[in-house]
Design a protein around this ligand. Structure first.
Ligand code: AP5
Ligand code: MG
Length: 217
């Protein structure tokens, strides 16, 4: 099962992808998570990427395409994968389609999650993430039992640097300009499925299951 989760910042890509990893036993490939690990490690690529991420801008295509190309060759992608936050530009989508053609691994579905801007802003400003295991929470919609600790592993919770109001606004503008055109791109390819992402977390997951349940291997 080879899936892309497509949608604006805060629409629930990461939340849904993590649930799908458990459910379908395929890996989540989040370019955002990979870039944040590189920033944390202080690698040259991470230092370069940080400049873009802090401003809410996209990291250059060649950097992210390189990351994904390498990641897709890992053995754990043999039964499929969930791309979360990639592709985000038309050149990235073209590069992905080229790589998958070479690997003879066609995409099954692109799931687009639709959420309006006021809800996105509320979701992003209330998001908290576990420093240890990466599980995501929301102070109102998915609160942890202890506001400072992860329910799953007890790790400390933090707020992402790019979840500040000004950066959120920039990320939403960048999404409209550079990423939203991918909806038409994949609709034309005949593999787009759009979901109302305004519903609750379990309802969205149920809808994804319904879309993927139809015998995609
Ligand atoms: P990335 O990490 O991919 O961020 P993003 O796309 O902006 O998306 P988010 O992770 O913010 O949101 P999400 O959709 O995963 O929502 P979540 O599930 O957490 O990218 C960060 C940066 O890295 C980019 O700005 C760019 O600089 C760079 N980058 C990454 N990929 C790149 C690429 N391909 N090309 C170039 N640059 C790239 O949910 C959000 C919150 O809402 C959580 O608190 C959650 O609990 C809550 N929530 C989720 N679903 C629901 C629901 N249904 N109802 C209520 N609350 C909900
Ligand atoms: Mg995410």
């Amino acid at each position: 099962m080879r899936i892309i989760l497509l949608g604006p910042p805060g629409c629930g890509k990461g939340t849904q992808a993590k649930m799908m990893v458990e459910r379908f036993g395929i890996p989540q490939i989040s370019t955002g998570d990979i870039l944040r690990s590189a920033v944390k490690a202080g690698s040259p690529m991470g230092q370069e990427a940080k400049k873009y991420m802090d401003g809410g801008l996209l990291v250059p295509d060649e950097v992210v395409v390189g990351i994904v190309k390498e990641r897709l060759q890992n053995a754990d992608c043999g039964h499929g994968f969930i791309l979360d936050g990639f592709p985000r530009t038309l050149p990235q989508a073209d590069a992905l389609s080229q790589v998958l053609k070479e690997l003879q691994l066609p995409l099954d579905r692109v799931i687009s999650l639709t959420v309006n801007n006021p809800a996105l802003i509320e979701r992003l400003s209330g998001r908290r993430t576990c420093r240890e295991c990466g599980r995501g929470y929301h102070i109102k919609f998915d609160p942890p039992k202890n506001p400072e600790r992860c329910d799953a592993c007890g790790g400390s919770l933090f707020q992402r640097d790019d979840d500040k109001e000004e950066t959120i606004k920039e990320r939403l503008t960048v999404y409209e300009k550079q990423t939203a055109p991918l909806i038409a791109y994949y609709r034309e390819a005949g593999i787009l499925a759009a979901i109302d992402g305004m519903k609750g977390i379990p309802e969205v997951q149920e809808e994804i299951g319904r879309i993927l349940g139809g015998g995609i291997d």
